[in-house]
Design a protein. Structure first.
Length: 365
């Protein structure tokens, strides 16, 4: 499955620096608003040491990691939903994303200006989320008008759709996210078709600068932790500048740099894992002489649908799945060795794949 995340935030909070670190794309990152003019779209490999460990055993021709497509748009400002600044014209670029990464500035700098003149994380969040809600309000009002017009003919589906959209409009008027509405599966699909920004899960990224131990930074983090807890969301704290510098180093230099900072791994690894957790995603693997590859599936996916992530023919002609847990594959040393010691199982259509499963799908079309 294709996973897309949209990066939003005020100007000069570190969005493009984050994007640079994620994609090594070298996007312009300057100390003035709207440095990002066109939306940047990059493909980010998902770091997973299990992939390398499997490849070390199988020796494939190629190694293919799972990926996240990342969309970085111009910094939003108050009034963006009404056309202020440049953000409004790019909101459409994040409507098709699966999740939103909201970058919040938690560092002070005399050289990097803040558009509001001072650093205030909750105020920044209020500006961004008000603009997202106002953009959604315009979308839902148009959809509601169409549904109400169709409902006048007595069309029951249109009447139900109009009632649903009225609930959505009311929730937005109250200043709440659409994702907080209690919706049935059918209603979720209906609302999802509108691609509302406030219906998407949000991961908050606190850009803490080069020293997260400063008293002011700790205070901001406590405030954000309390806020994100009330939102049922997740918070990740990293320094986009450090991550950008780290991304430019060779692997051995990265390890030295991380050790000097006292970190076990790059902060971007934690960010990508947090996106997976937020969206309820897991990773399964296929391993053979041609390639070792990671695949992203939603948690709770039955084997035929997991096969369909690889190719639609696999799902259509699904027969069974040969499955071995990653740990068992590693300890056995190969698929044939895992089969010999009874660690490889043959599973049917009802099997729910698990994170780390190494799978070989049998199918017939």
């Amino acid at each position: 499955m294709s996973l897309r995340a949209g990066i939003v935030g005020l100007p000069n909070v570190g969005k493009s620096t984050l994007y640079n670190a994620l994609t090594h794309a070298g996007v312009a990152a300057a100390n003035y608003p709207f440095c990002t003019i066109d939306p940047n779209i990059g493909i980010i490999p998902v770091p997973d040491p299990r992939l390398d460990a499997l490849a070390a055993l199988v020796h494939p021709e190629r190694i293919i990691p799972a990926t996240v497509e990342c969309v970085d748009i111009a910094g939003l400002v108050a009034g963006a939903s009404r056309g202020e600044g440049l953000g409004n014209q790019f909101l459409a670029h994040i409507r098709e994303t699966d999740a939103i990464i909201e970058v919040i500035r938690c560092f002070e700098s005399e050289t990097v200006i803040h558009v509001a003149g001072k650093v205030d994380p909750l105020s920044d969040i209020a500006v961004i989320e008000t603009e997202l809600a106002l953009a959604d309000l315009a979308t839902i009002e148009r959809a509601l008008a169409r549904a109400q017009s169709q409902a006048k003919s007595g069309n029951r589906e249109a009447q139900e759709r109009a009632a649903l959209f009225e609930r959505v409009r009311k929730r937005l008027d109250e200043g709440d996210w659409v994702r907080t509405l209690d919706l049935s599966e059918v209603e979720q699909r209906e609302v999802r078709s509108l691609q509302l920004l406030t219906h998407k899960p949000v991961l908050y990224l606190a850009n803490v600068g080069d020293d997260r131990t400063r008293p002011q930074v700790r205070t901001w983090m406590e405030i954000l932790e309390n806020y994100t807890r009330t939102q049922g969301s997740r918070l990740v704290a990293i320094s986009t500048q450090i991550e950008n510098e780290l991304a430019e180093l060779a692997p051995d230099e990265q390890q030295t740099f991380l050790a000097e900072l006292g970190y076990d791994e790059p902060g971007l690894n934690r960010l990508i894992r947090a996106i997976y957790e937020l969206l309820g995603l897991e990773t399964i693997f296929t391993a053979g002489p041609k390639e070792v590859r990671a695949w992203t599936v939603p948690r709770g996916t039955p084997a035929p649908q997991a096969a369909g992530v690889i190719h639609s023919d696999f799902e259509r002609g699904f027969i069974s799945a040969e499955v071995v847990a990653y740990e068992d594959f590693l300890s056995s040393g190969s698929e044939s060795a895992a089969r010999a010691v009874g660690k490889l199982r043959l599973e049917g259509r009802d099997y729910i794949v698990r994170d780390g499963d190494v799978v070989h799908f049998r199918f017939n079309v």
